[in-house]
Each structure stands twice: as structure tokens, then as C-alpha cells.
Design a protein around this ligand. Structure first.
Ligand SMILES: *[C@@H]1O[C@H](CO)[C@@H](O)[C@H](O)[C@H]1NC(C)=O
Length: 368
């Protein structure tokens, strides 16, 4: 007994020493994920970070700038969403942090990013062996800053989170700004006897930071099978927006999806069905109380069947319910939603918006 205890204590000590540079992760903002702790004066020249370990908890590579809110670039005044500081990644620059995670568990990262001077800015976010390239656009909010989500499955007990700018701009200082990096564990839901679809109410999803008045963009994933919105895929070219009850009007529960990019962004899920059986797909269509006004239409697809649901939005919140009855023609039925039209916020003509979808249920029913 005594021998065993001594050995395990010894192992514990070795493990602790080997992981001393790795931070144990709890849901929320990463250690110094808002970059409020900055480099010492000797580790910075102007805005350029000179030493790769200069920003506490992070390791930087390449041309990384430490930017304070109110920093002027040409005639542009840079604002920062979380606290007073952010970083900017120049061509091929990256920031990384090592986190202690649970092997096999799914995690979703949320971070703020803003495009600066380059027209086409992208970020490659990775936790080996997963990676995803996220386009940083300025069509979703007028401040330029948006929250983005990305998910991965931990392959080992340590996750090395890397955010990299693969850009090749002429001006090396043109690159995206990053701030407020946060993470939460995902608990992928299962279908139940009340719903054949997984996560039909969108309650499980990425972390929404307090003060996230713009919602969180769930980018399109062409190659990625780990969705930050468990159960759902984002198809086509543009993102959908994850909205929460703290900042928006939500038809049911605490979370919903805003279809912000017309037919260019669709969410889909494939459900197991029995050929010849009758099913009902029901859902709520509404608006998020974000000044998104006008005549909207959500198109729902269930296998070969489709339904167009018109919704008159006053932009002040509200919703209606709709359903479609169909007979399954396959053992796998694809359920998909998109918005027929584009919409712009009436208080901000540079921000895309759209109808909200929520409480999506699929159930088999007896024939009428
Ligand atoms: C993104 O980064 C990962 C990790 O460095 C790399 O394996 C992957 O090829 C990169 N993707 C692109 C499209 O550059």
C-alpha cells in the first residue's frame, strides 16, 4: 500500500512538472484571451511584438502587433471589443496557446476578429489534426468586429490552439485583428423519442461572450465534420448567426439561428427515417428583435418536399409556427433551411440580417 502511494505521488509530481506550461481549461475566456496583459516595454517597438513569449500565456510567431483601442491607422480609428487591447496578425503570423483538455471531448472556440486593410482576409484556426479556414468579412456588422466559432475534438490531453493569418499582402501590417478568445466544452445531444433531430432547439452550441451584441457567426464548414453547432451543418458559402436570449428575441429556449445570408447560407441535418413512414417537420420562424424589417420567407426542405414560410417582420421580435408533413422516400432524410431573400438592418444598412429559425422537430406520425 505504502509503495503504491509513493509511486503514484511520484507520477503525479512528474506529470505536474511536465505540464507546468499548460493551463488547465475551464469554460470561458482563455487565460489572457482578451490580451489585456501585454508585453514589457523592452519587448515591443511601436506596436510590433519583438519576443515570441512577450504576451503572457501566448506564443507569437511572425509579425504580430499589440494594438490598443483608439490606435490610429491612416484615417481609421481601431476599436477593440474586449477590454482595451487586441493583437493583429501580419502575413503568415500566428498566436498560440496550449490548454489542458479531456481527450476525446468536443470543444468550441469563440473569438472576435476584424478585417483591417486587406480586401480578402482569412484565418486558419487549428488544433492538430483539425483545422479550418474562416473568411473574415465585413458584411455582418458595421463595427467590423464579429464573433466566430470553430470546433474540434481533442486528440490528446493537451490542445495547442493556433490562430494563423495565411495572408500574403504587400503591406505586412495588413491583417486581421483578434480579441476575446474563449472556449467551452460541447455536449453533443442525441435524438430522443420527442425529436428525431439532434439539437433541434439549437440550445447546445458555442460560447456566447457576455456583451456579444452581434451574435456569434458559425462559418461554413466544407471539410470539417466537428460542428460548433452539434448535429447541424452549415452549407454553402456564408455563415449563419447564433443568437441568444440575452441580446435577442428567441422563439423558444435560450438560443436560435438567424439566417443572415439569404440562399447563400443554409443549415442542414440528415435524419434516419423509415421508407414509407409519414413524418412531420415542425419549426418556428421569427425575427430576432434586431431592426431586421420586411417581408421574409424561410424555405424548409425535408427530403424531396419543400415548404415556403412567409414572415412579416417588424424587427421587434415575434414568431410563428409552421410544419410540413411528408412520406420518407429514403432511410436518410435531409432537413434543410435557408432564407429566400437578403435583408439589411434598418438601423444599419451595412449589416446583413434575416429570419430566425428555432424549435425544429421531426417526428413520425400515423397516417391521417
Ligand atoms: C491550416 O493550418 C494547419 C496547421 O498548421 C495546416 O495543417 C493546414 O494545412 C492549414 N490550412 C490551410 C488551408 O492553409
Amino acid at each position: 500500500m505504502v509503495g503504491v502511494t509513493v509511486v503514484s505521488l511520484f507520477l503525479l509530481l512528474i506529470t505536474t512538472a511536465a505540464n507546468s506550461a499548460v493551463v488547465s481549461f475551464r469554460d470561458g475566456i482563455l487565460p489572457n484571451g482578451d490580451f489585456e496583459l501585454g508585453p514589457k516595454p523592452s519587448d515591443i517597438k511601436g506596436t510590433e511584438v519583438l519576443n515570441k513569449m512577450a504576451i503572457p500565456n501566448w506564443e507569437v510567431t511572425g509579425f504580430v502587433e499589440y494594438i490598443s483601442s483608439g490606435h490610429k491607422q491612416g484615417d481609421m480609428l481601431l476599436v477593440v471589443p474586449a477590454g482595451k487591447f487586441a493583437v493583429r496578425l501580419g502575413n503568415e503570423a500566428s498566436i498560440k496557446q496550449r490548454l489542458k483538455v479531456v481527450k476525446g471531448m468536443y470543444y468550441s472556440l469563440t473569438f472576435s476578429a476584424a478585417r483591417t486593410c486587406a480586401q480578402d482576409e482569412r484565418l486558419n484556426i487549428s488544433v492538430a489534426p483539425d483545422s479550418g479556414v474562416i473568411p473574415v468579412q465585413t458584411v455582418y456588422s458595421s463595427s467590423g468586429w464579429d464573433l466566430y466559432a470553430w470546433a474540434f475534438q481533442a486528440e490528446s490531453e493537451v490542445a495547442e490552439v493556433v490562430i494563423h493569418n495565411p495572408g500574403q499582402e504587400e503591406d505586412p501590417a495588413c491583417g486581421p485583428l483578434i480579441d476575446g478568445v474563449a472556449m467551452r466544452s460541447l455536449y453533443p445531444p442525441r435524438p430522443t423519442n420527442k425529436n428525431i433531430l439532434k439539437n433541434g432547439g439549437f440550445e447546445e452550441g458555442p460560447l456566447v461572450l457576455p456583451g456579444a451584441t452581434t451574435g456569434v457567426l458559425i462559418p461554413p464548414f466544407i471539410e470539417d465534420d466537428h460542428s460548433p453547432l452539434p448535429g447541424w451543418m452549415v452549407e454553402s458559402l456564408k455563415a449563419v448567426k447564433y443568437v441568444d436570449t440575452e441580446h435577442f428575441s428567441i422563439p423558444q429556449g435560450r438560443r436560435a439561428i438567424e439566417l443572415v445570408a439569404g440562399k447563400e447560407s443554409a443549415i442542414a441535418q440528415v435524419a434516419r427515417t423509415v421508407i414509407g413512414k409519414t413524418y412531420v417537420l415542425s419549426f418556428a420562424v421569427g425575427d430576432a428583435n434586431n431592426a431586421c424589417k420586411g417581408s421574409m420567407v424561410v424555405e424548409a426542405f425535408a427530403g424531396r418536399d419543400t415548404l415556403k414560410v412567409p414572415y412579416e417582420s417588424r424587427g421587434t421580435g415575434g414568431f410563428k409556427r409552421a410544419s410540413i408533413r411528408f412520406v420518407a422516400v429514403s432511410t436518410r432524410t435531409r432537413v434543410m433551411f435557408y432564407s429566400t431573400f437578403y435583408a439589411m438592418r434598418s438601423d444599419d444598412f451595412s449589416s446583413l440580417c434575416g429570419p430566425v429559425i428555432d424549435d425544429v422537430k421531426l417526428l413520425s406520425v400515423r397516417k391521417p
